[in-house]
Design a protein around this ligand. Structure first.
Ligand code: AMP
Length: 940
C-alpha cells in the first residue's frame, strides 16, 4: 500500500514545484511531529528518502536535501512558468539517490571489508546496490544532488558518488552510528567520516610510528615465543594493531588535555601492552617467565598476565599518567573497577566533564557479548553517580572465544558489540590489517568521547594466530580458520610491504627496525620512547602502607563540636516541606540534638558522616536506596513535598567541608560494588561506602568480593578501604532477606585482609565509621548492619558515648552482675544480644553474662582476654547465634573463642540447626526457633 501511495505521489502534481512551499512546510511540520500531518502525507514522507528498513529518523538526515529539492522545483517552475517542468522519472531518481546514500550510512558496515581472513560470511545487502534503487548504468554519468553527504560539491556524478560511498562506508571501516538518536552526533560523525572518505592521510612520521608499533607488537611475541616456548603469554598476534592504536589514543587524549588514562583488559595482549605501551622493562617480564619473584612482595603475588602497571607517557600535548588495572581471571569484571577508579580521579581533580581522565576498556569478542557485567557497566555510563564522561571500549575481536567460534554458538546478535547500542554508542568496526584505518578511527573515537562525553566502541576485527594460550592447539577445533591463518602474512609485514611499495620507507629501514627492537629486548631496558618516570599520579599512598587495624587513633572529640554537628544534621530549612514520617524523624533528631532524647542509629550514623566531612574528607555512599535507607532510617536526602527539590543536611555542615556524593545506585550489585572497589582503591583519603538493599543481595557481586576485595592486597598489593553495609538479622522475613551470609565473609578472612564487624549500638556504628577513615589502615570493612535495631528502644546511645568513647571490638557485660556468681558466659553478635538481654532481665537471671563480639575479624584476642579475666572460674561458655549452625560465625570463628576461654572450659553452641536455606519462611516457625535458641543460651 505504501508503495502504491508513493508511486501515486511521484506521479502526481506535487512534484511540479508550484506548491513546493506548502509541501516543504508540511514536511517541516512532519519533522517536528509526524502526527501533525495527515496519514497519507505521513506515508509519503515516511517513504521519501528512506533506506528500506531504516528507522524513523532517516528523513531528518535528508531533510535539507528534500527541502532544497522542493525549492529547486519551485524555482524551475517559476522560470519556465509551467506547472510540470521536470521529468518525474528524473525526480524520482533523485529521491532514490538520497535513499542510497542513507542506505550506505545505515548498512554500509554490513558489506565493509572487515575480516582480515575473509572468512565472515555476510549476506549481500541489496540496498547497497544501485540497481535496488532503480539506478541504471545510464544514470551513472548524470549529476545528482548529494544532499547532506559531506563529500564533494552539492552535486556529483552518480558513478563518483557510489565510489565515494563505498570507500567511506564499505572499506576497512564499518561505521555503525545511525541507530543513535541524537542528530548532532550523527552529523558530527558524518562530518568526520565523509569528507575524507573514511581514510587518513598520514605523513611519513605518523606512518613510521604506526609501523614501529606493529613491529614492537610482533617482535615482542616472537621473542617470547622463541625464548619461552609453550609458556602462556596470551599472544596478541593477529591483533597487533592494538599497540599502535593505544599509542595514538594516548597521543590524541594528551593533545586534548587528558592527564590520566586508566586501562582495563583481560589476558590477551596484556604482556605486549605492558612492555610496548606502559614501558615495563622486558628484563622484569623475562624474570617472571623464568619463575623469579621479587623479595619485596609480601603477599601471594599473581601470574604475569594479571599484573597491572603504572607509568607516565610523553605525548605532544604533555605527559599523561597511565594506569593498567590489575585483573583477575574473571572476564570483564574489571570494567566497572576501571570506571570507579576514573571517577575517583575525576572527583579529586574536580573535573566534571571527564576530559582529564580517560577510561579505556579492552574486551574480547566473546566476552563483551557474553558477560552481563558489560551491560551493567553500559547502563551506569550516563547516570549521576557513576558517569565518567564516556569511555573508549576496544574489542580485540579475534573471532574465537577459547575454542568456540561458530557464530551459532557464541551469540544471538549480528555483532559482538550490539550491546553498546543500548546507550546509543557509535560502534566502529575496523579491519585490523589496515592499521591506518585503525588509527584514523581511534583518533575519531577520542574526539567523539571528548565532544559528547559518551561511550564509543571500536571493534578491532582480527584473528588469533595461536591457540587460546601457547600450549593450546587451535587447529583441533578451528581447522579451516587455522589453515588460513597459517598462510596469512602478519600485520607488520602487510603494512611494511605497503610502505615500501609506496616509497615511504626503504626495505633496509624496515629490516633495521626489526633488528633494533630485538636488540632492545636483549638489552632488557624499557622499549617505549615515550615512557617517563611516574610523577603525575595525584595520591600519595605511603601514609597508608603497612598499617594495622589495632593501631591507636584519635577517636574522641569535644562535646561542643559534636553538639554543633548534631544541630547541623537535624536542621532543615522551613521552606523545605517534609513528608510527615520524615518530619517526625527530623523532629526526633532535633530532640536528640538538644539532649532530650537518646540517640538512635540514623542520628549517630549521620553524625559520623558529618564529622568526617567537617574534617574535609570526602564521602561517597551508593546503594539501591542509600538516600533514604532501605529501612527508612537514614533520610540523608530530603525531598521537598511541594516541588520535589532535594536538601541534604550533610552538604551544609561548613563552608569548607569535604564533598559528599550520596546517590541511589543503578539496580545492580556486581557493577556497583566493583565500581566502588575501583573508587576506593584510587581514593584513600575519604570514606567510600556501598550499601546492599538486603545483605544477601551482595551474592550477586560475589566475584568482586572473592577476587578483588578479599584478595586484592594479597595478590597485587592494592589497598582498599571500602566499607560494605549489609543488612543482616533474623526477623522472620524468610530465607532471602535475613542473612548477609556472614559465614562467607569470615571464610575469606586471613592475613588481616579485611574487617568483619557487627555493631550493636548507635555509638558503635558512629565510632566504626569514623575509625575507618581516621585510622590510616585501608582495608575493607564488612558490616553486618541492622534492621530492627535501627529502632530498637534499647539500641540507643548518649552524646557522651560518641564524644568520649571509641569503637569497642568486644563489649563486656553491661548489667551489674556479680561476676563471682556467673557460671555461664554467652558470646554473641548483633541483634540477638538484645533478645538475650531482655529475656534474662525478664527471667531475673543473674548467673549468665553476655559478651558482645563486635568485631569478628581480625579477632580482638587481647580485648577478649581482658574481658574474660573476671570469668576465669567459669567452665561453661556458649556461642549464641541466630543463623543456622552451618552459617553465621560458629564454624569460622569458634577457634578464636576456644583460644580465649580459660583452659579446661567448654564451648557449646546455641543457635538454629544446620539448614540448607538461610532462614525459614514461616513467621511462627521463626518465632519458635528464636525462642528455642534464646532458651538454650540462657539455660532455660
Ligand atoms: P595509579 O595512579 O593507579 O597508577 O597508581 C600510582 C601508584 O600509586 C602505584 O604505582 C602504587 O605505587 C600506588 N597505588 C595506587 N593505588 C594503590 C592502592 N590501592 N594501594 C596501594 N598503593 C597504590
Amino acid at each position: 500500500m505504501h508503495q502504491g501511495i508513493m508511486k501515486a505521489w511521484l506521479e502526481s502534481s506535487h512534484l511540479n514545484g508550484a506548491n513546493s512551499t506548502y509541501v516543504e512546510e508540511m514536511y517541516e511540520a512532519y519533522q517536528e511531529d509526524p502526527q501533525s500531518v495527515s496519514e497519507d502525507w505521513q506515508v509519503v514522507f515516511d517513504n521519501l528518502p528512506h533506506a528500506n528498513g531504516a528507522s524513523a529518523d532517516v528523513p531528518e538526515a535528508a531533510h535539507s536535501k528534500v527541502r532544497d529539492y522542493f525549492r529547486s522545483l519551485a524555482l524551475e517552475g517559476s522560470h519556465k512558468g509551467s506547472a510540470r517542468v521536470t521529468d518525474p522519472e528524473v525526480d524520482a531518481k533523485q529521491v532514490k539517490v538520497l535513499q542510497m546514500i542513507n542506505a550506505h550510512r545505515f548498512r554500509g558496515h554490513q558489506n565493509a571489508n572487515l575480516d582480515p581472513l575473509e572468512l565472515w560470511k555476510r549476506d549481500k545487502v541489496s540496498e547497497l546496490d544501485p540497481a535496488f534503487h532503480g539506478l541504471t548504468s545510464e544514470d551513472m554519468q548524470r549529476e545528482f544532488n548529494t544532499g547532506s553527504f559531506a563529500h564533494g560539491g552539492e552535486t556529483m556524478k552518480l558513478v563518483d558518488l557510489i565510489s565515494a560511498l563505498k570507500t567511506t562506508y564499505c572499506g576497512s571501516i564499518g561505521a555503525e552510528y545511525m541507530h543513535m538518536i541524537d542528530t548532532d552526533e550523527k552529523r558530527w560523525i558524518q562530518q568526520r567520516l565523509e569528507p575524507s572518505l573514511g581514510r587518513a592521510n598520514y605523513d611519513k612520521t605518523a606512518k613510521t610510528r604506526i609501523l614501529r608499533g606493529l613491529n614492537a607488537a610482533e617482535g615482542m611475541e616472537k621473542y617470547l615465543g622463541a625464548k619461552f616456548p609453550g609458556a602462556k603469554r596470551f599472544s596478541l598476534e593477529g591483533g597487533d594493531a592494538l599497540v599502535p592504536m593505544m599509542r595514538e589514543i594516548i597521543y590524541r587524549a594528551g593533545e586534548a588535555g587528558t592527564k590520566e588514562v586508566v586501562v582495563g583488559m583481560a589476558h590477551r595482549g596484556r604482556l605486549n601492552l605492558l612492555v610496548n605501551i606502559l614501558g615495563k622493562k622486558p628484563a622484569e617480564l623475562f624474570d617472571e617467565f623464568a619463575g623469579k619473584h621479587s623479595d619485596a612482595l609480601n603477599g601471594s603475588g599473581d601470574v604475569k598476565y594479571h599484573q597491572g602497571f603504572s607509568s607516565d607517557f610523553k605525548t605532544p600535548g604533555g605527559n599523561v599518567h597511565l594506569a593498567l588495572a590489575f585483573n583477575p581471571s574473571h572476564l570483564e569484571i574489571v570494567n566497572p573497577v576501571v570506571m570507579g577508579s576514573v571517577r575517583a580521579r575525576l572527583d579529586r581533580r574536580g573535573c566534571d566533564d571527564g576530559l582529564e581522565v580517560l577510561p579505556i576498556t579492552i574486551h574480547g569478542d566473546s566476552a563483551i557479548t557474553g558477560q552481563g557485567i558489560v551491560q551493567e557497566t553500559f547502563n551506569m555510563s550516563q547516570t549521576r553517580g557513576f558517569k565518567v564522561g564516556g569511555s573508549i571500549r576496544l574489542v580485540i575481536n579475534n573471532q574465537v572465544g577459547f575454542t568456540t567460534s561458530n557464530q551459532d554458538d557464541i551469540r544471538s546478535t549480528e555483532y559482538c558489540t550490539d550491546i553498546a547500542k543500548m546507550v546509543q554508542a557509535p560502534i566502529f568496526h575496523v579491519n585490523a590489517d589496515d592499521p591506518e584505518a585503525v588509527v584514523f578511527i581511534s583518533q575519531l573515537a577520542v574526539d567523539y568521547r571528548n565532544e559528547f562525553k559518551r561511550d564509543v566502541v571500536i571493534d578491532l576485527v582480527c584473528y588469533r594466530r595461536h591457540g587460546h594460550n601457547e600450549a593450546d592447539e587451535p587447529s583441533a577445533t578451528q581447522p579451516l580458520m587455522y589453515a588460513k591463518i597459517k598462510k596469512h602474512p602478519t600485520p607488520r609485514k602487510i603494512y611494511a610491504d605497503k610502505l615500501i611499495a609506496e616509497n615511504t620507507l626503504a626495505a633496509d629501514e624496515v629490516t633495521g627496525m626489526i633488528n633494533d627492537y630485538r636488540d632492545a629486548l636483549d638489552h632488557g631496558d624499557c622499549v617505549v620512547d615515550e615512557w617517563r618516570p611516574m610523577t603525575l599520579h595525584s595520591v600519595d599512598w605511603s601514609p597508608y602502607i603497612n598499617r594495622e587495624w589495632d593501631e591507636e587513633y584519635p577517636a574522641q572529640m569535644s562535646m561542643d563540636r559534636i553538639q554543633n554537628l548534631a544541630n547541623k544534621i537535624s536542621y532543615v530549612p522551613e521552606s523545605h516541606k517534609l513528608q510527615s514520617r520524615v518530619a517526625k524523624i527530623y523532629k526526633d533528631r532535633t530532640l536528640m540534638a538538644k539532649g532530650e532524647k537518646l540517640l538512635d542509629w540514623g542520628f549517630a550514623e549521620t553524625l559520623a558522616y558529618a564529622s568526617i566531612l567537617e574534617d574535609k574528607k570526602r564521602i561517597r555512599i551508593t546503594g539501591q536506596d542509600s538516600g533514604r535507607g532501605t529501612f527508612f532510617h537514614r533520610h540523608a536526602v530530603l525531598h521537598n513535598q511541594n516541588d520535589a527539590s532535594a536538601y541534604m543536611p550533610l552538604r551544609n555542615i561548613s563552608d569548607d567541608q569535604g564533598p559528599i556524593d550520596l546517590t541511589d545506585s543503578v539496580l545492580s550489585e556486581a557493577s556497583v560494588l566493583a565500581f566502588e572497589y575501583g573508587y576506593a582503591t584510587a581514593e584513600p583519603g575519604g570514606l567510600t561506602l556501598w550499601e546492599a538493599q538486603f545483605g544477601d543481595f551482595a551474592n550477586c557481586a560475589q566475584v568482586v568480593i572473592d577476587q578483588f576485595l578479599s584478595s586484592g592486597e594479597q595478590k597485587w598489593g592494592r589497598l582498599c578501604g571500602l566499607t560494605m553495609l549489609l543488612p543482616h538479622g533474623y526477623e522472620g522475613q524468610g530465607p532471602e532477606h535475613s542473612s548477609a551470609r556472614l559465614e562467607r565473609f569470615l571464610q575469606l578472612c586471613a592475613n588481616h585482609n579485611m574487617q568483619v564487624c557487627v555493631p550493636s549500638t548507635p555509638a558503635q556504628v558512629y565510632h566504626m565509621l569514623r575509625r575507618q577513615v581516621v585510622r590510616p589502615m585501608r582495608r575493607p570493612l564488612i558490616v553486618m548492619s541492622p534492621k530492627s535495631l535501627l529502632r530498637h528502644p534499647l539500641a540507643v546511645s548518649t552524646m557522651e558515648e560518641l564524644a568520649q568513647g571509641t569503637f569497642q571490638n568486644v563489649i563486656p557485660e553491661m548489667d551489674s552482675l556479680d561476676s563471682n556468681k556467673v557460671d555461664r558466659v554467652v558470646f554473641c553478635s548483633g541483634k540477638v544480644y538484645f533478645e538475650l538481654l531482655e529475656r534474662r532481665r525478664k527471667e531475673n537471671i543473674t548467673n549468665v553474662a553476655l559478651i558482645r563480639v563486635e568485631q569478628l575479624y581480625p579477632f580482638p584476642r587481647e580485648e577478649m582476654l581482658e574481658t574474660l579475666a573476671q570469668y576465669q572460674h567459669v567452665k561453661d561458655f556458649v556461642w549464641c547465634q541466630e543463623e543456622p549452625q552451618n552459617q553465621g560465625a560458629w564454624y569460622c570463628s569458634q577457634h578464636h573463642f576456644w583460644g580465649a576461654i580459660p583452659a579446661g572450659a567448654e564451648l557449646t553452641y546455641a543457635g538454629r540447626e544446620a539448614s540448607a536455606a538461610p532462614a525459614c519462611g514461616y513467621p511462627t516457625l521463626h518465632a519458635q526457633q528464636q525462642d528455642s535458641l534464646i532458651k538454650t543460651a540462657l539455660k532455660l
